[in-house]
Design a binder for this molecule. Structure first.
Ligand code: HEM
Length: 406
C-alpha cells in the first residue's frame, strides 16, 4: 500500500483531518514522516509517551530551527526557555508548583460571575444582528477579557496582548528560522509591558494573578529574576486565551452540527459538564504536542531511538475507536476521559479555567441565542498546525429583530 500522506498544509486536511487520521490509525499508528519525525495517533500510545520519563519537552538544541549564527545573537531562546512548558524536572516541578499557587482552583472559580457578565454583554449585543462571526465577535473578546481581568491587566490592554500573542504564535508555528528569529524584535516591549505591571502590583498587591506571582516568588528559596517572571507570565497569559478561544468556538461548531445533542442538554441541563468534555474530545483545540526522546523508548512495539522528535496528535487519539465507541459521533453522554488537556507532568495547568469558561460561554450562548444556526461551510481555518485553529464561524440568528420589538 502507498504511504499515506500527512500534509499539515493541505487546506482540505486542515478543514477535516479525521479521515486521514483514521487511515493512519488503521495502517501505521506510529507514523514516521520523511524528515524522521514520529507521529502518534492511538490514545494508549499518546498516554505511554506523555508519561514516559525518557522524554523531554525541551528541544535538544533549544530552538532547533535557528541557524548557528542566529543562535549566537538571539534572545528568543532565553525567552522561550523561561516558559513553564519547556522545563524538565526538577526545575519544571518547582516552577509548576509556583504557578499552580497563583492560579489555584479557588481563585479561578471566583471568576465565574465575571465570565458570565462578560459573556452576557457580548451575546446581547450580537443578538440584535442577523449574522455574526462567533470566533472574532464572541470567543476571542471573551477569552481575552477574562485572562486580562484575572491577571490584573486593564481592558485597554486587551488589544496589546492579542496582537503580541497572535504574532508570536504564528511566527513560532511556521518553524521558519527568519520568522522565529525576527520575533525577538518584539521582546523588549513585551517584557517592559509585564515589568511595569509586575512592579505596580509589587507595590500595591491586589486579588489578581500578577500579584500572586510576585507574592509567591518572594517565598521561593531561589526567587526568579524579573525577566524570568515576565517571560513565564507571558506564556501563561498567551496560552490562557488562545486555547480557550478555540475551545469555545470549536464547541459551538460541534454542537450546532448536532441539534439532537442540544435538545438532550435542554432536557437534562446537568449534562453541561459532560458537554464540555465531549466537545473538547470531538474537536480538540491543542492538536500537536511534542516530546524529544532522551533514551530509546518502545511505543506500540516499535523502538524509537534517542533524540527523536515524537508528536502526539490529540485530535486523532481523541477519536480512537478502541477507546471511544462510534468516535465520529458527538455524544454528550460519554464518560470516558479524553486527552484534550494532555497527560503526565505537563497536563494543562489552566484546565479549571478552560473548562469553566467554555461551560459558561456555551450555557449563555444557548440561553441568549436559542435558535442560532450555523451558516453551512462558513468555518475558516488558519494555518497553525499545532492548534485546531478555527478563525471564523458565521452564525445566523433568525430572531435578531425580537429585541427591537420588546
Ligand atoms: C480549554 C482550554 C485549554 C486547553 C484545551 C489546553 C490544553 C493544554 C494542553 C494539551 C497542555 C499540555 C501541553 C503539553 O503537554 O505539551 C497544556 C499545558 C498548559 N496549559 Fe493549557 N489548555 C487550555 C487552557 C489553559 C488556560 C486557561 C491556561 C492558563 C490559565 C493554561 C495554561 C497552561 C500551562 C501553564 C501549561 C503548561 C503546563 C506545564 O508545562 O506543566 N491552559 N494546555
Amino acid at each position: 500500500m502507498q504511504k499515506i500522506k500527512l500534509d499539515f498544509s493541505n487546506p482540505e486536511f486542515i478543514a477535516n483531518p479525521y479521515p486521514t487520521y483514521e487511515l493512519i490509525q488503521e495502517n501505521e499508528p506510529v507514523y514516521q514522516d520523511d524528515s524522521g519525525v514520529i507521529y502518534l495517533t492511538k490514545y494508549q500510545d499518546v498516554v505511554a509517551l506523555l508519561t514516559n520519563k525518557n522524554t523531554s519537552r525541551r528541544p535538544p538544541h533549544h530552538i532547533k530551527v535557528l541557524t548557528e549564527e542566529q543562535l549566537r545573537d538571539n534572545d528568543m531562546d532565553a525567552f522561550l526557555m523561561n516558559w513553564l512548558i519547556f522545563q524538565d524536572p526538577p526545575k519544571h516541578t518547582q516552577m509548576r508548583n509556583f504557578f499552580a499557587k497563583a492560579i489555584n482552583p479557588k481563585f479561578i472559580r471566583a471568576r465565574a460571575s465575571t465570565i458570565t457578565t462578560l459573556s452576557e454583554h457580548l451575546l446581547h449585543t450580537l443578538k440584535k444582528r442577523e449574522q455574526f462571526d462567533i470566533v472574532s465577535e464572541f470567543a476571542a473578546p471573551l477569552s481575552l477579557a477574562v485572562v486580562c481581568d484575572l491577571s490584573g491587566l486593564p481592558p485597554h490592554e486587551n488589544s496589546f496582548i492579542k496582537q503580541y500573542s497572535d504574532t508570536i504564535t504564528q511566527n513560532l508555528d511556521t518553524g521558519s528560522p527568519d520568522k522565529v528569529y525576527g520575533t525577538q524584535t518584539l521582546l523588549p516591549m513585551l517584557r517592559q509591558f509585564f515589568h511595569n505591571y509586575l512592579a505596580d502590583y509589587k507595590n500595591n498587591p491586589q486579588d489578581n494573578f500578577l500579584s500572586y506571582v510576585i507574592e509567591n516568588n518572594a517565598l521561593l528559596d531561589e526567587p526568579l529574576n524579573e525577566t524570568q517572571i515576565a517571560d513565564a507570565t507571558t506564556f501563561i497569559v498567551f496560552s490562557a486565551h488562545e486555547t480557550t478561544r478555540l475551545a469555545i468556538s470549536l464547541s459551538i461548531y460541534s454542537l450546532l452540527r448536532h441539534s439532537d445533542q442540544i435538545e438532550l442538554l435542554k432536557q437534562q441541563p446537568t449534562l453541561i459538564t459532560q458537554v464540555v468534555e465531549e466537545c473538547l474530545r470531538f474537536e480538540t483545540p491543542f492538536n500537536k504536542l511534542s516530546r524529544w526522546t532522551t533514551a530509546p523508548i518502545v511505543i506500540n512495539d516499535i523502538e524509537i531511538p534517542s533524540n527523536t522528535l515524537v508528536v502526539p496528535l490529540l485530535n486523532a487519539a481523541n477519536r480512537d475507536p478502541e477507546i471511544f465507541k462510534d468516535p465520529h459521533r458527538l455524544n454528550i453522554q460519554r464518560d470516558q476521559l479524553n486527552l484534550a488537556f494532555g497527560k503526565g507532568i505537563h497536563t494543562c495547568l489552566g484546565s479549571v479555567l478552560g473548562r469553566l469558561e467554555t461551560e459558561i460561554a456555551l450555557q449563555q450562548f444557548l440561553k441568549i441565542l436559542p435558535d442560532a444556526k450555523l451558516i453551512p461551510n462558513s468555518a475558516a481555518w488558519g494555518n497553525i498546525t499545532s492548534l485546531r485553529y478555527i478563525t471564523r464561524l458565521i452564525i445566523e440568528n433568525p430572531h435578531s429583530h425580537d429585541s427591537f420589538h420588546g
